[in-house]
Design a protein. Structure first.
Ligand code: HEM
Ligand SMILES: Cc1cc2nc3c(=O)[nH]c(=O)nc-3n(C[C@H](O)[C@H](O)[C@H](O)COP(=O)(O)O)c2cc1C
Length: 473
């Protein structure tokens, strides 16, 4: 029979000699774990004898304690009515509350960049840093967006565009517009309900959601939030322990996920959030290689796609390995800085695939920097089946919740319809490379890019180290 602990009993263990903490109404003895904690012992000791849920939840995937903390240290349930609530004054939270009261109405957001402007003001600094930052000098992160400006349209006139149909299929599923909500970890940093907010909006607009392995909500919560015949895919970080990986994949298949996207990545680079990103890296197996693909094929009947392809050669290799598709992606500029944008690699890949008779052999997706429907159009003209969008939906969710994400998706749909009409294409199948001028890409990185004031205005530029207030005197 399990014991119910009181707040007072837990509070007695408030030192490094004996450290208990409460998370989600359960007590844990973390005394021996203190030195092992990847975030350091100090951060846990701050909550010794207390309820640590608020600090713990947004930065640890839901099953962290079960996976990493010895079951003998799980002490049992706590009667939360007996736990003293901290009357902590949080100056940041008060400031955020004030800003929320003065927030622009949702209808004042006219494009995806506008959500970023609002989110920056109403999010906690550390959460904003985790979502918005990229690796090193953020050159790739910014290039992801600006690369689209090197490509110009060659619109056709006098095409009948009275009826526009922007629907398409992705891996056999019908969708209303060729984008999906890509996997982004730690949704609760932006919104207390986390990823299920994205699930609801994706349903509203009939677009696919890719569920991240390291979501803040549990996998089952996100699947349970699905409505009707809504389609979800699973993004997989491959765990060092392949039994854990196999369990995750089998469970996703059983719960109706329609595809498996394996993130091919050596980890998450350190970023301005200094913490959350490293928390993620500790769950990823850097020894994953092409040799593992047959094993994945043996454990699932879901289509397998590789997410994170960054060269044309690796697209060929993926085809040889027999996967069903790839996502060309540099992970939103969060990993190796100065890798090229996905759209640029796609432009290079399309003719190379055609030359080898491999065009259409697998489905190709891209993500990174897609902020306008014109970006989606360019990707489709170059042969992508669809695109993934990450940060803009996180910002819309953080600022305005589900209504914000709905509005962001609607804006993209409106832009897409207008873009198709103006380019002279009534159906997705009409989009092709002849509608684009990609000559600026041939100059590699030397081609001039038009200045994008909206994007630059919202860009949170990197800062050098600052002197303390005192040293100014
Ligand atoms: C109940 C016990 C725990 C508490 C109270 C706790 C609390 C925290 C807090 C407050 C942070 C700082 C987040 C930030 O930088 O903003 C953190 C970071 C982190 N935690 Fe925990 N944690 C606990 C258990 C665990 C466990 C079991 C793991 C599993 C390995 C873990 C892995 C991490 C990692 C990887 C980081 C990021 C470290 C860094 O790079 O700075 N934590 N933790
Ligand atoms: C906050 C954040 C968290 C992310 N977490 C993951 C993840 O857990 N797994 C993954 O495969 N990709 C992850 N990504 C990368 C995205 O899936 C995607 O490649 C990228 O966000 C696309 O760029 P965009 O944000 O400019 O649209 C993350 C991106 C962001 C911004």
């Amino acid at each position: 029979m399990s014991t119910i602990l009181t707040g007072a009993a837990v509070a007695e263990h408030n030192s490094k000699e004996s450290c208990w903490v409460i998370v989600h109404g359960k007590a844990y003895d973390v005394t021996d774990f203190l030195e092992e904690h990847p975030g350091g012992s100090r951060i846990i000791l701050r909550y010794a004898g207390k309820d640590a849920t608020k600090a713990f939840e947004p930065v640890h995937p839901p099953d962290t304690l079960n996976t990493y903390l010895d079951p003998a240290k799980h002490l049992g349930n706590v009667n939360m009515q007996t736990v003293q609530q901290e009357e902590s004054e949080d100056p940041e939270q008060s400031l955020i509350k004030e800003r929320i009261q003065n927030m622009p109405p949702l209808q004042a957001c006219y494009n995806l960049m506008d959500f970023e402007t609002v989110a920056r003001e109403v999010m906690r600094k550390t959460s904003w840093a985790y979502y918005s930052s990229g690796a090193d000098d953020e050159i790739t992160m910014r290039e992801n967006h600006s690369a689209f400006h090197k490509i110009w349209f060659r619109p056709r006139i006098l095409v009948d565009v009275e009826q526009i149909d922007i629907s398409t299929t992705m891996l056999g599923s019908k969708v209303s517009i060729p984008f999906y909500v890509t996997a982004t970890a730690l949704g609760k940093l932006g919104h207390p309900e986390g990823e299920v907010v994205l699930t609801k909006a994706a349903h509203q607009h009939n677009v696919i959601q890719m569920i991240p392995t390291l979501a803040s909500c549990s996998f089952d919560e996100i699947v349970d939030a699905r409505q009707g015949d809504q389609v979800q895919w699973l993004q997989l970080y491959v765990n060092k322990d392949r039994n854990i990986t196999q369990r995750i994949v089998a469970h996703a298949e059983k719960r109706g996920c329609k595809a498996l996207f394996i993130t091919a990545s050596g980890g998450t680079a350190v970023d301005r959030s200094q913490g959350a990103a490293r928390a993620i890296s500790s769950f990823i197996d850097p020894s994953l290689s092409w040799k593992d693909i047959p094993w994945f094929k043996s454990i699932t009947t879901m289509p397998i796609l590789l997410k994170g392809i960054q060269s044309v050669d690796d697209i060929f290799r993926a085809i040889d390995a027999g996967v069903d598709g790839v996502v060309i992606s540099n992970h939103g500029g969060r990993q190796l800085d100065t890798t090229p944008s996905a759209i640029e690699i796609l432009a290079e890949a399309a003719p190379a695939l055609r030359a080898r008779g491999l065009e259409g052999r697998i489905e190709i997706y891209i993500d990174g920097g897609i902020r306008r429907a014109t970006d989606i159009l360019k990707a489709l003209c170059l042969g992508a089946k669809g695109v993934g969008i990450g940060r803009p939906f996180l910002y819309a969710m953080s600022a305005y919740g589900v209504n914000g994400v709905n509005h962001a998706m609607q804006l993209l749909k409106d832009e897409m319809e207008m873009g198709m009409r103006l380019i002279g294409a009534s159906h997705i199948k009409d989009l092709n490379a002849s509608l684009l001028d990609t000559r600026s890409l041939q100059g590699g990185h030397s081609g001039a890019v038009p200045v994008d004031n909206l994007s630059l205005g919202v860009y949170d530029s990197l800062q050098g180290p600052r002197f303390s207030e005192k040293s100014k005197l």
